[in-house]
Ligand binder design. Sequence first.
Ligand code: NAD
Ligand code: GLY
Length: 374
Amino acid sequence: MQSSPDISPCLAAQVQISLADRSYPIMIGSALLANSATFAGLPRSAQALIVTNTTVAPLYAATLRAALQPHFATIHLVELPDGEAFKTWETLNQIFDALLGHACDRKTVLFALGGGVIGDMTGFAAASYMRGVPFVQVPTTLLAQVDSSVGGKTAINHPLGKNMIGAFYQPLRVVCDLDTLKTLPERELSAGLAEVIKYGPIADMAFLDWIEANIEALMARDATALAKAIQRSCEIKADVVGQDERESGLRAILNFGHTFGHAIEAGLGYGAWLHGEAVGCGMVMAAELSCRLGLVDAAFTARLKKLIGRAGLPVVGPKLSAQDNAGRYLELMRVDKKAEAGEIRFVVIDGPGRAAVKGAPDALVREVIDSCCV
Ligand code: NAD
Ligand code: GLY
């Protein structure tokens, strides 16, 4: 077990991921990035590599570098192109080029500074460089702070399917600095709220009530509201990941809305809709499916749809084909990681605050898609 870091005065909350010798803290607070104490207690190494992108680097790379300076003799930086469309082998290879170009050894610590795209790719690079080097998640989007930086899923996309190539590999620490959310574009903030909202219907209806009551504060970036949303989201995720790290069952519930959402992302081309937008709309579709399966009533579906709309997210699905739209969704969803022997498995709401994974007849899924798309 690593030693715990010094507690910074700006730390609002700390959530623990409990995975035996791979346990780690999620630090949530203000000014964490600028505080070298945030990064105390990491394994000793001469070298560190900050992996970021061309948008985030000018905003936060110098601050992170300065905070890391007392802990590492040499700090390298690699700036990747920005966007979901660059979550590819070619971009991943730029991380390996930097590591090998700087003769980084197997103790080198990687720092993922950015949103989920950077976090997923840096994690995958860390999992595979010299068969595994340590890494730290420094998520700078709301989506990454409440979901992607936590739990050890790392991946790149394949043209035929999202996040299809990757590994489970846990970070040493997750550092969620609330201040970084101040520069986040509004559309990205909404995308992050999709993953926050997700935790309500699958696990905690009281949290859903709280989000409904605080959605305006969240959209106005009220730091107290954001800290609470990040903390509760991470607590729920920590609980699920602690029980099922490698998604042999339970963890799949965290993919509520993602089966439809991944079809939207792949069908429109990665980056056309943000991941959180696709998940938001995908949750509307998955709730509609749950309703048509008789698991929740129409009022529940309407309530969720209203909240997703209030968060600034799309609630009507895009047309992926002019000829056979539902058929195209079905084709794309068969590539989903939850599919078994060609049967699509959906995360459905099995009663308020409870999720389950189920198959559904194609005809019913077609009805759902037809009713939810433009
Ligand atoms: P992203 O990484 O593309 O970031 C969104 C945009 O915001 C980018 O343009 C980025 O450069 C910019 N940005 C980041 N931080 C900023 C800041 N503080 N100020 C201004 N701009 C900033 O997208 P995302 O929504 O963070 O993550 C989506 C990705 O996460 C997808 O690839 C998805 O598959 C993945 N994901 C992974 C998991 C997991 O468990 N590993 C879970 C959910 C999502
Ligand atoms: N974002 C889903 C998971 O981490 O399992």
